[in-house]
Write a protein that binds this ligand. Sequence first.
Ligand SMILES: *Cc1c(COP(=O)(O)O)cnc(C)c1O
Length: 375
Amino acid sequence: MAVDAKAKALKAAGEDVCGFAAGEPDFDTPVHIKAAAIAALNEGKTKYAPTPGIPPLREALAQKYTETYGLPTQAAQVVVSPGGKFSCYLTILATCSAGDEVIVPAPYWVSYPEMVKLAGATPKLVLADDSTGFKLTPDMLEAAITPRSKLLILNSPSNPTGAVYTPAELAAITAVAVKHNLYIMSDEIYEHLLYDGVTHVSPASFSDEARERTIIVSGFAKTFSMTGWRLGTIVGPTKITKAVAELQSQMTSNATTFAQWGALAAYTQWDKTKAALDEMLTAFDRRRKQVHTGLNAIDGINCQLAQGAFYLFPNISSFGIDDLTFCDRLLDEQKVAAVPGSAFGAPGFLRISYATADETLQKGLDRLQAFCAGL
Ligand SMILES: *Cc1c(COP(=O)(O)O)cnc(C)c1O
């Protein structure tokens, strides 16, 4: 967000900045979802709602998990929160306290370690670099587990790398977590942003034991272009969702009422949602390939092709300058914004977001090439 803010400030000052730093889709919220929220406002749905969410939205989400992912889910196992970020925080607070260790695979989403610390627990960072496709292996997980380990955080598709675990990889990791009685917080906020025919799988789907220990965090922000709406979800065992709802009740009461009525339309009018999603996916897939090709064409950059989200995570360690300096100079000298891998616990890499216009992408790639050629 700091890089994005600096890039926006430069832009506001009249500079022509190419932004690869955005953490949100560059599409508007689908019209039918906006219309449903506007109708809700006009109908006076402007009061407090039940803490865990409006009943029809919890029902719709329970149905989605039951039918789409084969996870038998009751509405009581669903909580709607003010954002996927807050869903993560509530889940960590509900499962961890002082003395507990939380295994956080790196590259990680920036907020996880800080949230763990806010809960009084200790993040145990485990780096999975490009040698394993940015994915934790069962051996790496085994080696990180201690008697204090309480929770494992997984995020597939991943921010910042776009990496997606295969079902077999995920099953193997889940088996280790279950064997050691860990909870799993599975952040599935990019569940619909998948390419190359890959389908989404949740760790909860592998066994009854896994389902008893997995808390699925997701939301509307990334897949339906609703970042500003602040709506997230939590799905898990009732023991956990009850605790989460009690925390939410003291912290924020409920997610914004009319926003929830708008979000409901995403499911009740799924055909329209699917059409909007497909349009976004087509654009993202085209840009993903363009940026992947463009990055690898630059001498010294090595970038894997990720299958999810809207990020690529190129290795820039061959240039012999650290990633923070690289990004700082890239912004100053070529007006290109990218986030240093260090922000995600992975020095020597960049996070490139392709959630930006096609013209900007090519211009940004050209400037990046010029910058690298001068190093
Ligand atoms: C964006 C993001 C979230 C949270 O999104 P909200 O805007 O709070 O709904 C959670 N996890 C990851 C990995 C994200 O990238």
